[in-house]
Design a binder for this molecule. Structure first.
Ligand code: BT5
Length: 266
């Protein structure tokens, strides 16, 4: 596989990595410390091939959705962004977030960790967040130039390894599993799962991904409120639409599709 090294002081030794993938991860840009793999990926996306991955040991300004922070301390997690140039309608970009959550849940399962997918972009274990996804797209005149899928998976943090503000809401693979693993193993399995799901998505659309998403969530039937910034909607999660919207039953007669928001269990 082609490995492009940007930072030669980089401590990541990906030379030993032998990923048996087709197009995903064929080009890797590995860093020791950058502000955010997401920012770098967006900067280089135009001139990068489809499937390029940007990785960093540490992010000094990791990003969540809505400009929230993603804490990404050194060597503690898999912090990466995937550059894609898919021939897709812009409306389906949000489905890539759901797809990526499925890939993460499948990967964690291979390490004996049963993670649940929480709409739209979280993987949680026992109610605590172990991974998050941030999907951003550049679109010109209704055509996708590129999509960048940011993935953060907490690997090795102890409880007090997280900043105080997320100590009660975040978890890591190390905190859950006795299973021994390396960052490279997690990366490798994730890439294989992600590539397979993206290939399936490009061939057959969202329907098979939706089925997998549904089989990896326990959210259905739960009472929640969804915070959409300007508005909060209370109800019971009743499903996922064929487009990937969260279906929220707000009373006996009404179910509303939700495209964006944060789900809070009641
Ligand atoms: C996300 O946003 O969950 C998207 C996370 C994407 C991170 C990746 S890492 C590689 C790539 N480069 C980037 O700069 N970002 C991507 P959101 O749903 O908005 O969740 C953010 C919230 O999660 C924060 O407000 C915190 O409450 C919490 N949080 C922050 N860091 C966390 C961590 N390491 N583990 C668990 N929770 C965290």
């Amino acid at each position: 596989m082609g490995i492009i090294k940007h930072d030669l002081n980089n401590v990541i030794n990906f030379d030993k990595l032998a990923i048996s993938t087709g197009w995903l991860g064929k080009h890797l840009k590995c860093f020791n410390r950058i502000d955010s793999t997401q920012s770098v990926a967006k900067d280089i996306a135009n001139e990068s091939p489809n499937g390029t991955i940007v990785l960093s040991n540490e992010q000094t300004s990791g990003k969540g959705r809505l400009n929230r922070k993603w804490f990404s301390s050194s060597n503690n997690g898999l912090w990466m962004s995937v550059i894609m140039k898919p021939n897709l309608e812009p409306q389906v970009v949000s489905q890539l977030t759901l797809l990526t959550s499925v890939a993460i849940a499948q990967t964690l399962k291979e390490f004996q960790i049963k993670a649940e997918i929480k709409w739209p972009n979280d993987c949680v274990v026992n109610g605590k967040k172990i991974a998050g996804v941030l999907t951003e797209a550049s679109i010109t005149e209704n055509v996708i130039d590129f999509v960048v899928i940011g993935i953060g998976i907490n690997l090795f943090q102890c409880k007090d390894g997280f900043p105080e503000e997320i100590q009660n809401t975040a978890t890591s693979m190390k905190l859950i599993s006795e299973y021994s693993y390396s960052k490279f193993q997690v990366f490798e399995k994730l890439i294989v799962n992600l590539e397979e799901l993206i290939n399936q998505f490009m061939d057959s659309g969202f329907s098979p991904i939706r089925e997998k998403w549904l089989s990896n969530t326990t959210s259905i039937g739960k009472s929640v409120f969804v915070d959409m910034g300007q508005k909060k909607e209370f109800g019971t999660i009743s499903g996922l639409s064929s487009e990937g919207y969260l279906l929220l039953k707000i009373d006996e007669k009404h179910t509303v599709p939700i495209l964006f928001g944060d789900v809070h269990f009641l």
